[in-house]
Design a protein around this ligand. Structure first.
Ligand SMILES: Nc1ncnc2c1ncn2[C@@H]1O[C@H](COP(=O)(O)OP(=O)(O)OP(=O)(O)O)[C@@H](O)[C@H]1O
Ligand code: SF4
Ligand SMILES: [Mg+2]
Length: 408
């Protein structure tokens, strides 16, 4: 992708890292760490959706929470619209909280079961605006309409357990867009829903994106969902991004051996695509994040590993319109390179020669960041504190077993 046609990066991470201490060590034992996210440098482009995929435990949620400002990194930085997210304070921090929202997978735990929908959706307006009751009610009604729940006054007095799972997630979406944010991290937002409801909610998210000019980081393990929602994909393996590319490129021709294995492990409905895709068996479980393999983390499972793979970390380097962390993808004698479109091998060689470390590779620089276009929808001046969302996951789940109504 040429620099002059590169989209604008709304979010940039630079060497983002998160380690969690492992508890239960003996008095004289060295402290051990879970290496959840390891030196990730990524760009998320304005108005687009970046899907984050990878096996369970690869660090998707941890990365998403750091990017949303819910989790403090152990190292590295996150830049949002040119502002340092980690060290922001005062008005800059307040502005970031308006612009960033997080959607959790489980609407049961992210909606307080003791509150009515009216209370839940009014809360952001009460905390962050000077709107009066009538104006707030009007905003809440508008939100319910926007997410397809209608405008019946009786809905407002119901509690979360009186809605189906799909309806509850619509309410979560309504709360997320109440502040007219610019960026939403959605962590497996439709994973727990059945196919038809899932499709409806994905359509809703795409509609929001078009109408509100939203940018998404969409965490998922469902590759079929990626094709529906995301223009770009980042594949994570043991805390690192191993391939980042436009969605169509990844599905047409995955290049990193792990991406090939991941796609090969996913059932495909289309028999033609299923027959034509490469198969690479993913041998064994994901290694421990406490003692990750040296060099390329994937070398213990990669059928193409050579000696250097066990000792040297492959940088995330440019390969045409992609970024790949593999020492050999792009080499003409590398098996997965065989069907590369003409010209890409040459590009790969050139980019390998002008190798740049992961922390500085990327499609645009911070100097090229411009102020993102705000939503076409009038900003109601409302905002919700992102920090409050962390509390939602700690709320009790004591009403989970209440009867539900079917999604209409
Ligand atoms: N608070 C924590 N304390 C200790 N370890 C943690 C904590 N949160 C996550 N981890 C560990 O960090 C690693 C990455 O976890 P994370 O939840 O980010 O993975 P994930 O890719 O989102 O997985 P999944 O697909 O199952 O949701 C895992 O090994 C996990 O056990
Ligand atoms: S660097 Fe080596 S081990 Fe890692 S993906 Fe490439 S070939 Fe496989
Ligand atoms: Mg997760």
């Amino acid at each position: 992708m040429a620099l002059d046609s590169a989209p604008t990066a709304l979010v940039s991470t630079n060497g983002l890292t998160k380690r969690f201490p492992v508890s239960g060590r003996g008095l004289f034992e060295r402290q051990r760490w879970v290496h959840a996210v390891d030196n990730v440098s990524l760009k998320i482009f304005q108005g687009r959706t970046l899907a984050l995929v990878g096996e369970s435990g690869s660090g998707k949620t941890t990365l998403g929470q750091m990017i949303a400002g819910l989790l403090e990194p152990s190292g590295g930085s996150v830049e949002f619209g040119g502002v340092d997210l980690v060290n922001s304070k005062g008005e800059a921090r307040r502005q970031l909280r308006r612009d960033l929202q997080f959607i959790f997978q489980d609407p049961f735990s992210s909606l307080n079961p003791r509150h009515t929908i009216r209370t839940i959706l009014s809360r952001p307006f009460e905390v962050h605006t000077v709107l009066g009751r009538t104006a707030i009610d009007s905003e809440v009604t508008q939100l319910l309409n926007l997410v397809g729940l209608g405008n019946s006054a009786t809905l407002l007095n119901r509690h979360p357990h009186q809605f189906s799972g799909g309806q509850r997630q619509r309410i979560v979406f309504a709360r997320a867009i109440a502040l007219r944010p610019r960026f939403i991290v959605a962590d497996e937002p439709v994973s727990s829903l059945d196919m038809s409801v899932k499709a409806q909610l994905l359509t809703l998210l795409r509609t929001f994106q078009g109408e509100l000019g939203l940018t998404y980081l969409f965490v998922t393990h469902e590759l079929a969902v990626v094709r529906t929602i995301a223009q770009d994909v980042a594949v994570m393996y043991l805390g690192r991004v191993v391939e980042r590319a436009p969605t169509t490129a990844v599905f047409d021709q995955p290049l990193h051996p792990y991406t090939v294995a991941l796609l090969g492990a996913t059932p495909l409905l289309d028999p033609v695509v299923a027959r034509s895709r490469k198969h690479l068996p993913l041998v064994g479980p994901l290694p421990s994040s406490i003692t990750p393999p040296s060099g390329c983390h994937f070398h213990t499972r990669c059928p193409f590993a050579r000696d250097v793979c066990a000792t040297k970390r492959p940088p995330l380097r440019a390969l045409g319109e992609r970024q790949i962390a593999c020492h050999f993808v792009g080499d003409s004698d590398f098996p997965l390179t065989a069907n590369l479109p003409r010209g890409l091998v040459e590009t790969a060689r050139a980019s390998a020669e002008s190798y740049a470390p992961a922390s500085t590779s990327g499609l645009v620089t911070s100097a090229q960041l411009t102020s993102p276009t705000r939503s076409a929808v009038p900003d109601s001046g409302v905002q919700e504190c992102v920090g409050n969302v962390g509390e939602q996951i700690r709320r009790d789940h004591d009403q989970r077993d209440e009867p539900e109504e079917a999604e209409n």
